[in-house]
Design a binder for this molecule. Structure first.
Ligand code: DAT
Ligand code: MG
Length: 151
């Protein structure tokens, strides 16, 4: 089976609002495997790297301040098409455009408080996982349910 990894983070608003368990639950129930997880309050410098593609956007400064305002639950989830499906589970960037049933569509209103992050491509997922996790923090393991999720 071709498997990939994606970087998912519950943002400070999601952590403060008690949504960590709910967000983990959606990835677990879909059949994805948790490879890494930690609670971390990122530095401004770290966030500037994470969001470097957005540095010229007018909302960049506010985004960095918000993302560094409290702990973030950083995770690596693994499985078939984890990046694409991860984005589907999150919903659209602007929660107002997110379908009910998605995380943002169920739990968020403002684009600047959209509760979770998910990598947008396999390449950016690799970069983000390298930025947020040391190699030894990402676990390689076989989940007992594997052969019940995949044919
Ligand atoms: P996504 O998080 O869906 O990948 P993105 O990478 O374009 O979206 O932007 C990163 C974050 O920046 C996004 O989750 C919320 C914030 N953001 C995006 N567009 C914004 C806007 N127009 N105003 C305020 N914040 C915005
Ligand atoms: Mg993005």
């Amino acid at each position: 089976m071709t498997s990939e990894q994606t970087f998912i983070a519950v943002k400070p608003d999601g952590v403060q609002r008690g949504l960590v368990g709910e967000i983990i639950c959606r990835f677990e129930k879909r059949g994805y495997k948790l490879a890494a997880i930690k609670l971390v309050t990122p530095t401004q410098e770290h966030l500037e790297k994470h969001y470097e593609d957005l540095k010229d956007k007018p909302f960049f400064k506010g985004l960095i301040t918000y993302m560094g305002s409290g702990p973030v639950c950083a995770m690596v989830w693994e499985g078939r098409e984890a990046v694409k499906v991860g984005r589907q589970l999150l919903g659209a960037t602007n929660p107002m455009a997110s379908q009910p049933g998605t995380i943002r569509g169920d739990y968020a209103i403002d684009v600047g408080r959209n509760v979770c992050h998910g990598s947008d491509a396999v390449e950016s997922a690799k970069k983000e996982i390298d930025l947020w996790f040391k190699k030894e923090e990402v676990n390689s393991w076989k989940k007992a349910e594997h052969d019940w999720v995949y044919e």
